[in-house]
Design a protein around this ligand. Structure first.
Ligand code: KCE
Length: 329
């Protein structure tokens, strides 16, 4: 079987939200290849936290079964967090159903989730080695559905300021043109992780080998591209008036500055390029602009988020354990 579902951008393309049906209830979740928990706002949250969100009510689902005694707690790299209880229910995405999917019910979560009222939870598409359910971690939707998919893959075709598509079980030739440039992934840390041994500054720049560069992950759940400090510093050294502004939380520059293009190696065979315009992320007002390339704060992994992914067709191949990018159609 195969499934397709829309990916609708939030302001600044900061995240992409997709419709999911759980136990007959429709919610809008953030599909996140950089985590492995499927959690939802639930009716056990205080109403001050769930106001504006769709909440999942297990008592109204005919197919919900509690996983008694199980708990989950997750802390994300941006400082967000959530915890709660666990059950199993039928989860349907684009007409494809997992009958017995672990569903994590939030009964406590951090402010950023409360404020983001378009988002009713996250659906992890990483590897279940990093699922946080205790006493026994549980599989992701993709891991559960993979054996019944026509192809053990899903693809992400995110768009800039427009509705995109996640496809499960097929590589839709209508969505890309030219070759798909694959690189093997190492899933041992739970991510779609690969090497990124060089980078390029300037649309006609030479690629700079970077033997000390951290490995990279393809992360649909992160808005920006988070790079090792020496790489991001080398980029903004080419931008007149750029500076790291702690109060703004990263690299800023005059909106009038011209931004060079930037490229990152996807494994050792391909460099994915962005134009200067692609790197521009948002205007903070007062003529100050915030870049889509920021520091990974020395986390030891580079995070290739939506600022990169929305300019490409991305293939997550669970069968062959590889990640690929192609030019959009
Ligand atoms: C941040 C998202 C997870 C998330 C998504 C959405 C939201 C809101 C709805 C409230 C907007 C919060 C959280 C990311 N997902 N793989 C993630 N989960 N764990 N690490 N990352 C990547 C990282 C993102 C931002 C960093 C970072 C590391 O280190 C420093 O700043």
């Amino acid at each position: 079987e195969t499934a397709q579902v829309t990916a609708s951008p939030e302001q600044n393309d900061s995240e992409y939200l997709s419709p999911v049906t759980i136990g007959g209830q429709a919610l809008t979740l953030d599909f996140d290849t950089g985590s492995a928990d499927l959690w939802v706002f639930s009716n056990s949250l205080p109403s001050s936290d769930s106001a504006g969100h769709v909440t999942f009510d297990p008592s109204k689902s005919p197919t919900f079964t509690p996983y008694s005694g199980a708990t989950w707690q997750i802390a994300y790299g941006d400082g967000s967090s959530a915890t709660g209880s666990v059950g199993f229910d039928s989860v349907t995405i684009g007409g494809v159903t997992v009958a017995h999917q672990a569903v994590e019910l939030a009964d406590n979560l951090s402010g950023a989730f409360v404020q983001d009222t378009q988002n009713d939870g996250l659906l992890g598409l990483g590897f279940s080695t990093i699922n946080t359910i205790q006493p026994q971690r549980q599989k992701t939707f993709f891991e559960n559905i993979m054996p019944s998919l026509a192809l053990p893959v899903f693809t992400a075709n995110l768009q800039a300021d427009a509705s995109g598509t996640y496809t499960f079980g097929a590589i839709d030739t209508a969505q890309y043109s030219g070759p798909i440039h694959y690189t093997p992934i190492d899933s041992s840390a739970g991510f779609w992780q690969f090497t990124s041994p060089s980078y390029t500054i300037g649309s006609n720049g030479a690629s700079v080998p970077c033997t000390t560069c951290s490995p990279a992950i393809a992360d649909t759940g992160t808005s920006l591209v988070l790079l090792d400090d020496d790489v991001v510093s080398a980029y903004y050294a080419q931008v007149n008036g750029a500076s790291q502004d702690q109060s703004q939380g990263g690299w800023v520059f005059p909106c009038s500055a011209s931004l060079p293009g930037f490229g990152v190696a996807i494994g050792s065979g391909y460099t994915a390029m962005l134009t200067g315009q692609d790197v521009m992320y948002e205007s903070l007002g007062g003529g100050v602009c915030y870049g889509g390339l920021q520091s990974n704060a020395g986390q030891g992994v580079q995070i290739f988020g939506d600022v990169l992914l929305r300019h490409y067709f991305a293939v997550f191949d669970g069968g062959a354990k590889r990640f690929g990018l192609a030019k959009k159609a």
